[in-house]
Design a protein around this ligand. Structure first.
Ligand SMILES: Nc1ncnc2c1ncn2[C@@H]1O[C@H](COP(=O)(O)OP(=O)(O)O[C@H]2O[C@H](CO)[C@@H](O)[C@H](O)[C@H]2O)[C@@H](O)[C@H]1O
Length: 478
């Protein structure tokens, strides 16, 4: 049995702002089947402490970045958790990273340094009976852990950092070095220094034994200047320990045969049931009926996700006979642009600004397609949900979108291999072209249904994908 201490700033179903939470929440159960036991260290946000009920106190850090912290262990939603209960850092309502005004909490450097610092402590024996073989840090919020272990010296577990999104790196001023409990010598190129700042993610990428990201294609892309966001040199230098493992989806949550969140459940043999789900979408999003396809989006509304391009492509989408139901939140400008489009095209474009887990399931269960025009995408989960639910993905050919969808070109159609529509480069013109191609494919119903069924029949579950992480851990311990 391999023991892993996972460290992350969010975990589904307790605290989620994006795909990171899905992965961190689903992996432990899937890894159990591979003889890997995962304990996850998370910040003691109110939602986490509430879910833990009556946890055991398993450790104390007297001076944890400005106050006392208690490590509390318990089970919630089937997860073995250690919460870092530090009210001065985490006892705040709402979004984990930002205050009610939408701005990052000013002390985020300390809040997530504390998480990584506690992780390093647990990795070196702070909690009785927890002596992990592997410390697995997810994203910048956890990425200082390998650095703390390095500077602490002594015995340590093997370490791996997973990059879910290179765009978020955690960069803070040099003046915080002492406050973050890093020695002066750490401020160097072969330390935590990064372009004159302290780089949390950079530190993790430098000091970890292994680096993974969430698709092979993204693992290759981030070694280039185009997608490396300044870290391409470091990543190229560590190419021998860098790999990509495509995300799976949580079968317990995402299964159209059993999903309690959708009006009508269905299987690959009863696709007709989806009509009821489509009607529910039309009602909720104020859409009229139509011959053309019902397209959908579930996304953060950001530049990464190409949502500004989609705004520009909306007149084309409507002219091609399609309708759109969009659920998302994010940049205020993009939110406003979608609201305006819904007013301009009543009955054709329906928009719900916000975050709504149940409604997102309904969209995959009833829409004909899901649009994912991302400029970059480490893996992407919504295209996987689309495949599973017969909601055909129309995606940009980047990162994990490239690794998970087979474009319906002539060759793929002949080989009966197509699962969606891909386009590149990521531009308004090519997005519009992809929309047109998707509309044309949709008109050929038998062909369309064969594409739907093929996606639904794929094994996308973590149950099989988790094997790649288990194999990586085994190799690291060899
Ligand atoms: N308004 C809304 N209402 C309800 N649900 C919503 C929603 N907006 C988004 N979601 C949900 O949030 C998750 C988003 O996951 P993604 O993988 O698409 O992207 P994200 O950029 O957050 O994750 C990063 O990490 C993940 C995990 O590794 C990578 O797949 C990805 O490429 C990378 O950018 C999905 O579960 C989606 O359904």
């Amino acid at each position: 049995m391999i023991t892993v201490l996972a460290v992350a700033s969010e975990i589904h179903p307790l605290v989620k702002t994006g795909g990171l939470a899905d992965v961190v929440g689903a992996l432990p159960a899937a890894l159990a089947g591979h003889d890997v036991a995962v304990t996850t260290l998370v910040p003691g946000y109110p939602a986490i402490l509430a879910a833990l009920g009556k946890p055991r106190r398993v450790g104390v850090i007297e001076d944890c970045f400005g106050g006392r912290a208690v490590l509390k262990r318990g089970e919630a939603a089937g997860l073995d958790l250690i919460a870092l209960d530090a009210p001065h850092l985490y006892d705040r309502p709402g979004n984990p990273y930002a205050g009610p005004d939408g701005r990052d909490w000013p002390d985020n450097a300390r809040r997530y340094a504390a998480l990584a610092y506690a992780a390093a402590g647990v990795a070196q024996g702070l909690v009785a009976n927890v002596r992990p073989d592997i410390l697995h840090a997810h994203d910048w919020q956890a990425a200082l852990a390998p650095a703390y272990l390095h500077y602490a010296g002594g015995a340590r577990p093997r370490t791996v950092v997973t990059v879910h999104n290179l765009a978020f790196q955690g960069q803070y001023p040099r003046s915080m070095l002492e406050e973050l409990r890093l020695p002066p010598r750490a401020f160097a190129m072969d330390g935590v220094e990064y372009y004159g700042m302290i780089g949390f993610l950079k530190s993790g990428l430098h000091f970890s034994d292994r680096i993974t990201t969430v698709s092979p294609r993204y693992a290759a892309e981030i070694r280039t200047a185009e997608a490396g966001m300044g870290l391409e040199g470091l990543l190229a230098g560590r190419a021998d320990v860098l790999s990509g493992i495509v995300n799976g989806l949580d079968d317990r949550e995402w299964n159209p045969e059993t999903d309690p969140r959708i009006p009508a459940t269905y299987t690959v043999k009863t696709l007709g049931q989806r009509a009821r789900n489509r009607t529910a979408i039309e009602q909720r999003f104020g859409l009229g009926r139509g011959e053309g396809p019902l397209m959908s989006v579930v996304s953060r509304l950001t530049w990464q996700k190409g949502m500004d391009l989609l705004v520009e492509a909306l007149p084309h989408l409507v002219a091609s006979g399609a309708r759109l139901a969009l659920l998302g939140s994010g940049d205020r400008d993009i939110e406003a642009a979608f609201r305006a489009a819904a007013e301009r095209f009543p009955g054709r474009i329906g928009v719900v600004i916000g975050y709504d887990e149940a409604l997102s399931h309904g969209l995959f269960a009833g829409a004909d397609m899901t649009l994912v025009p991302s400029r970059f995408e480490p893996c992407g989960l919504t295209q996987l949900y689309g495949l599973r639910y017969g909601c055909v993905p129309v995606v940009a050919r980047v990162g994990g979108l490239s690794d998970t969808i087979v474009d319906a070109n002539d060759a793929a159609l002949t080989l009966k291999a197509a699962t969606g529509v891909q386009f590149q480069p990521v531009s308004r013109a090519m997005l519009e072209d992809a929309i047109s191609r998707a509309v044309a494919l949709f008109r050929d119903r038998p062909l369309w249904q064969s594409i739907q069924r093929r996606g639904m029949g794929l094994d996308l579950s973590w149950t099989s994908r988790a094997g790649a992480y288990a194999a990586l851990y085994r190799e690291m311990l060899r």
